[in-house]
Design a protein. Sequence first.
Length: 290
Amino acid sequence: MRYEGAIYRPPSEARSLIIQLTIGCARNTCTFCSMFKDKKFRIRPLEDVIEDLETAREYYKNVKVRRVFLADGDALIVKTEDLLCIINKINELFPEVERISAYGAPADVLGKTVDELKQLRQAGLEMVYMGAESGDDEVLTRIKKGVTAEEIIKAGQKLKKSGIITSVTFISGLGGSERLNEHALNTAYVINKMNPEYVGFLTLMLESGTELYEQVRRGEFRLLELDDIITELKVLIENIDSPGTVFRSNHASNYVPLKGTFNEDRDEMLKDLREVMESGSYKPEKFRGL
Ligand code: SF4
């Protein structure tokens, strides 16, 4: 197996075999993101990926590979016929595999038909992680996400129609204090329209070298205070109406670890949030991470 540069994967893929279908991120414009800034985007040749899979099988000949994660930033940009070829190869080499998943940018999901997505699902692509970041168009423009809230909704609905499990990520604090309400309310709206299986709500942490970090340094963008972060989370939770969606804000970056299933756990989550506010038992800054 050959890996190029730093490899990123969702926390739930910690035990997965990771295979790079692409190198970097095709867009690479988001102002808060530092993940692939040092990589020039390209799609890897199919034969190189297949060679990596064969090497992995040899390496893990006595290990059952239950999960495979397709990296880097947006594996769904790869042509459907090539993706099918890779997924079929994974099934052939790792008959024990239980889950194949990938990152999928909203624009790449929109670039595929529902029929193509269904073919991918039937072949074995079980789950797609989609970074939406915000449901507010103004925030999406400011962070240079390159898609609108409506496009994110359409992408989520397409995945749902195809039967692919969707895990969507949003980021607390991206609207700053200026658009706190819009960020929370419009994010809830987008979630309600998509009704995804999973929602992850991370908290903004900035690394030096990113455009947003420089905006903060120059005083052009103000990071949220802790109280504002809690208010934003409260507004979001109060406005989500998405039965069955598993909600998690228990990432290393979050101050308040919350987890529950909508709509039945909404009151419980709000109660937990109130208790944390009253007791002030937030995760200390030094224990936060990306
Ligand atoms: S957040 Fe996602 S789409 Fe945006 S630059 Fe980073 S990897 Fe690319």
